[in-house]
Design a protein around this ligand. Structure first.
Ligand code: 13P
Length: 255
């Protein structure tokens, strides 16, 4: 699969149960016709995944994923879902290490690495999320933090598996705050991440991997972000809950 065409993810977080999902999907399909030149993936709440897929049944272009999984494939882990179950339910991508998982639920770098490995082992695409907090940015630690999160997040993968990941750079201070990183600042971090991938995979492999930006992406700022050389798409929270807004975002960068 060539992943590196513009890549748009809608992370619904804890929004849209099955009924709201049905309404959303109908409206979104009316606003966004199928296109081959971009990848669009939705991350509904796990409980809404089946409803999403049933409502979008005729739309093979609308891919789905989950927001998180446990690293074990089965067992006594009340409340958890495994990558194997996600695959069975039709997911093709899974987020790992989203900022809210790290900072609200306490996922460590090693937890994230285990999840990334479990996702890849199921043949699904892990979207490794990384990003610094405001105090880390202010202290000049962006590079150290992002480098550590990328290296540790990928540390349990075989080199062959690293070729099939997506990286999402989501500065914590830009998530849900209305404050977006400038395209220039975000691109600088994306270049740093690209450099780490080049070390792991060589130039050719690293250039195939989508590095997407997240943090207050809206219809009004997506075009500028996407125009930056190393920003390959976006992971969108709030604006992905509104069909017309997310359709506009997903249509950005048309040629
Ligand atoms: P917002 O777009 O609401 O800032 O959320 C970003 C995000 O966390 C996507 O994963």
């Amino acid at each position: 699969m060539t992943l590196r065409k513009p890549f748009f993810g809608g992370n619904w977080k804890m929004h849209h149960g099955p009924s709201a999902t049905r309404t959303f999907v109908r409206e979104f399909m009316a606003e966004y016709p199928p296109r081959e030149d971009r990848t669009v993936v939705f991350f509904p709440a796990a409980i809404s995944l089946a409803e999403f897929r049933a409502t979008a049944a005729g739309r093979a272009d609308l891919l789905t994923g989950l927001q998180d999984v446990h690293w074990e494939s089965a067992g006594a882990f009340t409340g958890s879902i495994s990558a194997a179950m996600a695959r069975d339910a039709g997911a093709s991508f899974i987020l790992a290490g989203h900022s809210e998982r790290r900072h609200v639920f306490g996922d460590s770098d090693d937890d994230v690495a285990r999840k990334v490995a479990a996702i890849a082992a199921e043949g699904l695409v892990p979207i490794l999320c990384v990003g610094e907090k405001l105090e880390q940015r202010d202290a000049g630690d962006v590079e150290t933090v992002v480098e550590r999160q990328v290296q540790e997040g990928l540390s349990r993968l075989e080199p062959g598996q690293i070729a099939d990941v997506v990286i999402a750079y989501e500065p914590v201070w830009a998530i849900g705050t209305g404050r977006t990183a400038s395209a220039e600042d975000a691109d600088e971090v994306h270049r740093l991440i690209r450099g780490l991938l080049i070390e792991a995979l060589g130039e050719g492999g690293a250039r195939r991997i989508p590095i997407i930006y997240g943090g207050s992406v809206k219809p009004g700022n997506i075009d500028e972000l996407l125009a930056a050389p190393d920003i390959d798409g976006a992971l969108v929270g709030g604006a992905s809950l509104v069909p017309a807004d997310f359709a506009r975002i997903c249509l950005s960068g048309q040629r």
